[in-house]
Design a protein around this ligand. Structure first.
Ligand code: MG
Length: 257
């Protein structure tokens, strides 16, 4: 993959006195042009989250090596950090569907920001049988995720995609009562991400709090699975690394990337 580096000076619109030189790494000239035509983010805002295409990364240019770092990250964008939601992104409360019940997991912000810096796409893969059971609707789930994504964006964290599986083979109602490869331990959601986001699963990492999360990751062929301890009463039989804190995953990413 050949990268094209573009540089230009932009006036930050939220701060009339600030002028920032940005460097962007793009796959094509048209990507650069798209970005140059008015979509640059003001300084201090999460431009990564609002890039017009997935083929562009921009950062304020601070030193010459920035350009090389951006270029390297672009070439590594095809790997992903797969995150289970409940018990990894937020605390498990049982069929979460209200914003007031969201309690963020300690360390999720630093983990996500580090993963982004290392070139991982952030992909949430979550079983949501509460939809199939009739506890809440798909629309309620999507509204909650929109709120969570906005909250994360304030922390300069951009989720590249969210996949959910609403089915349950026994307790689902109507069309939701069925087996489905998306339901973990099935690898369906990870395979969808592979196809739709261009993910290299063999270079990707998954984090979950249940044995079914590990099973899904291994079935998909990810490089390393982590289990956040506390939800499962006993250890899981599959190959994985157990962690007490998300900071341990962040440390691993830094060490192995
Ligand atoms: Mg979970």
């Amino acid at each position: 993959m050949r990268l094209r580096l573009c540089r230009w000076r932009a006036i930050a619109t939220s701060n009339c006195c600030e002028s920032v030189l940005y460097t962007c790494a793009c796959l094509t000239a048209s990507d650069c042009e798209l970005h140059r035509r008015g979509t640059l983010r003001p300084a201090g805002l999460p431009w990564l989250a609002t890039k017009p295409t997935s083929n562009v990364i921009c950062t304020p240019l601070q030193e010459a090596s920035d350009a090389m770092n951006i270029s390297r990250n672009m070439n590594e964008l095809t790997r992903a950090l797969f995150l289970d939601r409940d018990g990894v992104v937020n605390h498990e409360v049982g069929y979460l569907h209200r914003t007031e019940d969201v309690v963020w997991m300690e360390g999720i912000g630093p983990l996500c920001r580090t993963a982004m810096q290392l070139g991982y796409k952030l992909v949430v893969v979550t079983n949501q049988s509460g939809i199939g059971r009739g506890f809440y609707s798909m629309t309620q789930f999507e509204d909650l995720m929109a709120w969570m994504r906005a909250e994360l964006l304030v922390q300069e964290i951009h989720l590249d995609a969210v996949y959910c599986c609403p089915y349950h083979p026994e307790h689902g109602i109507g069309e939701y009562k069925r087996e489905h490869e998306d339901r973990k331990p099935g690898p369906g959601m990870l395979h969808r991400a592979e196809q739709e986001l261009g993910i290299d699963l063999s270079r990707s990492v998954s984090v979950g709090d249940r044995c079914s999360d590990i099973a899904a990751g291994l079935a998909a062929g990810v490089r390393q699975c982590f289990l956040v301890q506390g939800t499962e009463a006993e250890s899981c039989p599959q190959d994985h690394i157990p962690v007490k804190e998300l900071a341990e995953v962040e440390f691993w990413l830094r060490k192995h990337s």
